[in-house]
Design a protein around this ligand. Structure first.
Ligand SMILES: NC(=O)c1ccc[n+]([C@@H]2O[C@H](COP(=O)([O-])OP(=O)(O)OC[C@H]3O[C@@H](n4cnc5c(N)ncnc54)[C@H](OP(=O)(O)O)[C@@H]3O)[C@@H](O)[C@H]2O)c1
Length: 329
């Protein structure tokens, strides 16, 4: 079997790390790279990654040109958090008959049902599969919780807390949680959506509720700045609540700020049996996102055509060997 042929759509912070990880792996080759960043377009991917060697793949800002030149099995898409922006990019890839694994948070469990239906129909028509995944959304606050409930007879309430020291995270992450702003600037930028905060809490709650067959009354998300002693914003705290039959049933508590002393991920299921699990220190978001994206590639290639979510795919697992080992078709 030939190596899996992969196109990177987005070579920012995460796309670059995915590229570096892929270069270490057997059975897969990067055959194309798409990005619009002016300083990257036209450059060899090896130069963009500062590898000190050429890879013979130039960054292009023209997806049609890339897909008319190369036949790819899968695209790793890492350009945006928002489905409306991702949709035309992913639709184009799908129309070229290529599977997609994306870090677009809103794609992890699309709440825009019209776009989701359109994308699903397009993917089915072209015989390819589209998945949105990542550490969160994609794993910690949804897939892992859902897996925990697999050993429960009853589930009354779910609580998850994730605490991240943002000092250890990439610049684009620090930017979206407002590090360095004043509280006033933070509030204005959040309100005007100039900074996004963490995107995906509603998607995680919705995916979990759907897996459990729960219909929620509503989901509420609250975002507050965390102020450092200097008066600057160190990051944020976000609380998302899924309300069912008038009762807070799924609570996701995300805290990401510079100086967070204890990093951890803790899941509590109140039910029969009740379960409490704490991952300490918490899972490193960037390393884990790179991993889950790459590990999901064979599962997406093996899946039935359409738009899928993490709860529709087999249990997540590492693809440690030659990537072709895991591909069934
Ligand atoms: N689900 C998860 O757990 C998870 C984890 C990590 C990241 N993410 C998400 O994944 C996305 C990527 O993260 P990142 O840190 O790598 O962001 P980033 O550093 O901003 O990289 C995005 C790259 O895509 C390029 N781009 C933007 N629009 C494009 C378009 N229409 N066509 C081609 N390229 C385009 C950007 O160029 P410009 O700089 O010129 O705009 C940039 O080079 C973010 O939305 C992030 O929130 C999700």
């Amino acid at each position: 079997m030939e190596k899996l042929r992969l196109v990177l759509y987005g070579v920012g912070a995460i796309g670059s790390r995915i590229a570096e990880f892929l270069l270490e792996k057997e059975g897969v080759e990067i055959v194309g790279t798409i990005d619009v960043a002016r300083e990257k377009v036209g450059k060899d991917l090896g130069d963009v990654l500062a590898l000190g060697r050429r890879l013979g793949v130039a960054v292009s800002d023209d997806p049609d040109a890339v897909f008319s030149k190369v036949k790819a099995d899968v695209v790793v898409h890492t350009t945006t958090s928002f489905l409306k922006q991702a949709y035309p990019q992913i639709a184009k890839v799908v129309e070229h008959g290529v599977n997609v694994v994306s870090t677009c948070e809103e794609l992890s469990y699309p709440l825009d049902l019209e776009l989701a239906k359109k994308l699903n129909a397009l993917a089915e028509k072209h015989g390819v599969t589209v998945l949105g995944t990542g550490i969160n959304p994609g794993f910690l606050m949804d897939t892992l919780i859902i897996a925990f409930t697999g050993v429960c007879q009853k589930v009354e309430a779910i609580k998850m807390v994730r605490v991240i020291n943002a000092a250890k995270r990439r610049a684009s992450f620090q930017k979206k949680i407002g590090v360095g702003l004043t509280v006033d600037e933070f509030n204005k930028k959040i309100e005007k959506k100039v900074i996004t905060a963490h995107v995906g809490l509603e998607q995680s709650i919705s995916m979990t509720a759907s897996a459990l067959g729960w219909k929620l009354d509503k989901i509420e998300v609250e975002t507050k700045a965390v102020e450092a002693k200097s008066g600057q914003v160190a990051g944020l705290k976000q609380l998302a609540r899924g309300i069912r039959r008038g009762k807070e049933t799924i609570t996701l508590n995300l805290q990401a700020y510079v100086g967070a002393e204890e990093e951890y991920d803790a899941i509590t299921i109140e039910g029969v049996p009740s379960i409490h699990g704490k991952i300490s220190p918490g899972v490193h978001g960037d390393l884990a996102t790179v991993a889950i994206v790459v590990n999901s590639i064979p599962k997406v290639i093996n899946a039935e055509p359409g738009l899928v979510t993490m709860k529709d795919l087999p249990v997540p697992s590492a693809a440690l060997e030659d990537m072709r080992t895991y591909v069934k078709k």
